[in-house]
Design a protein around this ligand. Structure first.
Ligand SMILES: [Fe+2]
Ligand SMILES: [Fe+2]
Length: 376
């Protein structure tokens, strides 16, 4: 390590990435908080160059304009949703929940040891609410990030595209909050880990860091989890909502990959290293978010004991790492995995997510996910 390289503590605030106490320290905001202010840095940019010289972004912009949908009228909100049916469905299909049930029968170290079927059903319903709650907050983060990108990115084609994404994200906040408030039991507060990441992404003065944090990391993870939930949810209304949103999200991730590929071309090795460090920090915060510490507290489970178990069973806690199946290929496509001495490859190996590097990247699949026409 050279004098200029940052330590793990300097990057993520702790020496050991699996330090249980440090992970637990980052809790949600105060329960009575309604507004959170973030001080953002960075220049707002006009460009006087209106010539469009980026055909891939122009194509994406055209597609975005054609693929707009209306959350109020394109979705049949009259459908009833049965939370218990959702819970039972997840208990039969969700690998993390399945393993909790199976192992808690004979693993006395698992805090859920001895739980009844009724308790597991409540857990599954709460699990769905917790997941969708974090999605709502993340979608609002995406709304703010793309407004910021629109202001700060220096290219006219990217400003055009970002403006369509602002509308997309408003619709996503609308659709998921409506689902939670009218079909489930309302939403839970944002995770401290997700909030911390969003504060970093929104507060950074470098426009490409907003892209990297939102379009590549957060939206990449969201796209994978939406695809996963779309495949297993027994609720037709949620399935329709997810299919619409996935078409938008795939474009958003492609927007990030296309823009950053150009931005990184002109960067020095030191600047690329900073982006690698950020991709590590963001990945770790997203992983820590998925441990769901507030959720376990709400269920009356000791979060310390639960987190200890999850850290020893990382393959289970992260749906077998599937959540990162779209993040790692896109980070690789951008050259961040192996730049310099392959530092990020090493970090992703420690986090247990490197196995997804050969999966398809989103610039190659976003058209297949488009929902123009009838989603199913
Ligand atoms: Fe979104
Ligand atoms: Fe998005």
């Amino acid at each position: 390590m050279t004098d200029t390289e940052r330590t793990t503590r300097e990057i993520v605030g702790r020496d050991e990435i699996n330090d249980l106490e440090e992970i637990l320290m980052l809790g949600p905001p105060p329960v009575d908080e309604i507004i959170r202010e973030i001080q953002a840095d960075g220049a707002i940019r006009f460009t006087w160059d209106y010539e469009q010289a980026r055909p891939a972004l122009q194509k994406l912009y055209s597609k975005a304009k054609r693929s707009q949908w209306d959350a109020a009228t394109d979705i049949d909100w009259s459908q009833d949703v049965d939370p218990e049916r959702i819970g039972r469905g997840l208990l039969e299909t969700h690998p993390e929940l399945l393993l909790y049930q199976q192992r808690s029968k004979d693993d006395r170290t698992l805090p859920l040891y001895g739980w009844s079927d009724a308790q597991f059903l409540q857990l599954a319903i709460e699990y769905q609410t917790q997941f969708l709650s974090q999605i709502v907050h993340g979608e609002q983060g995406a709304l703010l990030c793309t407004a910021k990108i629109c202001e700060q990115v220096p290219w006219i084609e990217a400003k055009y595209y970002a403006s369509t994404q602002v509308m997309d994200e408003a619709r996503h906040v609308e659709v998921f909050s409506r689902y939670l408030d009218t079909k489930l039991r309302g939403h839970h507060p944002i995770s401290g880990h997700l909030l911390s990441l969003l504060e970093d992404v929104l507060g950074d003065s470098r426009w490409d860091i907003t892209y990297l944090g939102m379009q590549i990391m957060i939206e990449g993870l969201a796209l994978a989890s939406f695809g996963f939930l779309h495949a297993i949810t027994p609720d037709p209304l949620l399935k329709t909502v997810l299919r619409y949103v996935m078409g938008d999200e795939a474009r958003h991730v492609a927007f990030g990959v296309l823009s950053l590929a150009e931005a990184y071309e002109g960067m020095s090795a030191a600047e690329i290293r900073e982006r690698q460090e950020f991709a590590f920090e963001a990945g770790l915060r997203m992983r820590d978010r998925t441990f769901n510490q507030e959720f376990w507290v709400r269920l009356g489970v000791d979060p310390r004991a639960q987190l200890r178990w999850q850290l020893h069973n990382l393959d289970t806690a992260l749906f077998g790492g599937m959540l990162f199946s779209k993040v790692v290929p896109n980070v690789k496509k951008l050259g961040l995995l192996d730049a310099g001495d392959g530092w990020l490859r090493q970090k992703y190996t420690e986090m247990g997510i490197i196995q997804f590097e050969h999966w398809v990247d989103t610039t190659e699949e976003y058209e297949a996910l488009d929902t123009t026409g009838a989603p199913s």
